[in-house]
Design a protein around this ligand. Structure first.
Ligand code: NI
Length: 199
């Protein structure tokens, strides 16, 4: 009896193993959605850079755009992410760095004028471009990159904060989504990933 139930158990174990293997093989052979349809990140925008010039997404073709949406009054997340990005950029080989264009886009155009953005980006990396625009232009760019943003009243009279998603996107030279870095990424990890992806 003991032998028979042992054999039965072995049989069921094998069936289990085979089922898992078949499932795994099927899953691995199923094309990942990113192969067929790229994530819907990115798209046209028309904004003003820190020198007051109008730029569109087409101006970044041929380079790897590292794009981040935030705001200069951000007390915590934005400065940390931009600082980490700057450290990552400085870890890159000059040949790789040459191909990467870091871009900061404000989600708070009301306060982030050209002048404010210019001063802000200069605090981080010499290559960092800063973009602002009208509320409608910023709304369109944020929508293209699926950026969430919401005004939140702060305790100080007449002041506000912006609640926002903080993800850095790497776009390829054709303007297609390539990778992203979630807030809190380590500079070394970002540099390694960029060295891997940037051709
Ligand atoms: Ni922020």
């Amino acid at each position: 009896m003991a032998d028979k139930s042992g054999a039965n158990m072995a049989k069921w174990l094998w069936i289990g193993v085979i089922a898992v293997a078949v499932g795994l093989a099927t899953w691995m052979m199923t094309p990942s959605p990113t192969n067929d349809a790229r994530p819907l990140i990115g798209g046209p925008f028309s904004l003003i850079n820190q020198d007051g010039e109008r730029v569109t997404e087409k101006d970044f073709r041929g380079r790897y755009m590292l794009i981040y949406f935030g705001y200069t009054y951000c007390p915590d997340v934005c400065p940390v992410d931009l600082q980490n990005m700057s450290v990552a950029l400085d870890l890159l080989d000059p040949g790789v760095l040459d191909r990467v264009q870091p871009v900061f886009v404000t989600i708070d155009p009301e306060r982030d004028t050209v002048e404010v953005v210019r001063k802000y980006v200069s605090l981080f990396h010499p290559k960092l471009l800063g973009l602002t625009g009208s509320e409608a232009e910023i709304a369109e760019a944020a929508k293209a990159y699926r950026v969430y943003r919401r005004k939140v009243d702060s305790e100080a009279e007449g002041e506000y904060l912006m609640d926002h998603s903080a993800i850095m996107f790497l776009m390829d030279p054709d303007g297609n989504y390539l990778a992203h870095f979630s807030s809190g990424f380590a500079p070394q990890a970002m540099a390694a990933r960029l060295a891997e992806l940037v051709k």
